[in-house]
Design a protein around this ligand. Sequence first.
Ligand code: GLA
Length: 390
Amino acid sequence: MKKMDLEDLAAVFEREFHAEAQLFRAPGRVNLIGEHTDYNDGFVLPSAIGFYTHVAVSPRDDRKLVLRSTEYSGTFEFDVSNLPHQKQGTWCDYVLGVAQQFAQAGTTIRGANLLVHGEVPVGSGLSSSAALEVASALALQSLNGSKFPLKQIAKLCQRAENEFVGARVGIMDQFVSCFGEAGRAVLIDCRSLDFKLVPIPPEVSFVICNTMVRHELAGGEYNQRREQCELGVRLLSKAYPAISALRDVSVDQLTAHESDLPPLVYRRCLHVVRENERTIQAARLFQSDLATVGRLMHASHESLRDLYEVSCSELDAMVEAAEGLPGYIAGRMTGGGFGGCTINLVERGNAQAFAETVAARYRERTGVDADTYVCRAADGAGTETRKAGV
Ligand code: GLA
């Protein structure tokens, strides 16, 4: 991940736009447990991680929105009075989607220059898109004079991805990017948007292992899983008229009506209702019983592999490569699936050696060099303060 000094980013901005920048940032995330539950109104337990997307911004006197990136070439110019309604197929879509949402919320968008620097590896399932959306939202809002509370910012960014980019993602990534805290995971009730911070024991490190298989959420599989869950709810509501999401269904209620559902839909629903239970239990035991948390994470991976069918051979190989290594507490695939990363909880002193051995084992099995990131839970989005006098 390409870390960049804030002063360097501000200097590049000033050189390219001849204006002084304000800086905002928003992090990527790793999900510890609670996968494919958010869009079922369920529970998730992610942490923000210390890889941020930074957005430098300044106002313009005309009606142009000018976007540049430190990683991708090109300057993109849009008219804020006439923003495109169709996605453009570039990284700009996440910013445009957010600008569109501000416009739909009745906010006047000012002309602005934006320079984006992303540290979150793209397509790795660590929510580089949510980080870009949230950081852009904070940057644009700073010029609009609007002051949406953070929960509304998270929802606005989710809608940007749903409506403009076309991925029907849940609220988890944008929410934790806003509300993450150093040293803590965030147990989110994705229906009420109430949340609870769950301290991660200081002796535990996250080791994130990237299969290097790019995952693509806008691809149909993710949206298909959502539709299968929705079908499950429609069929189950004949027996349970009060339910409006799988969140409302218990394992017993589901198993009692197995024969009312197509087998595939039943397996998808079974994953979701059990995963909700595992997530609540894991959040409760994080301080007291990491061994059980480990078993729950393992069960989550098996369920995502066998019932929800969003794992892939590389993710399975990466999970297996971790087993039995010194300091290993737990591991599973993380995020939407079909590639991306595994998350491993590892005793701090062993984390670096663990990461190297997993990468070596993965190389032996697949021939691929994996990136690994040893990190800890980090703070969520906000303004970046530059050193005084610079
Ligand atoms: C992606 C989506 C999230 C969530 C996960 C699966 O990361 O953006 O909303 O649905 O997949 O848990």
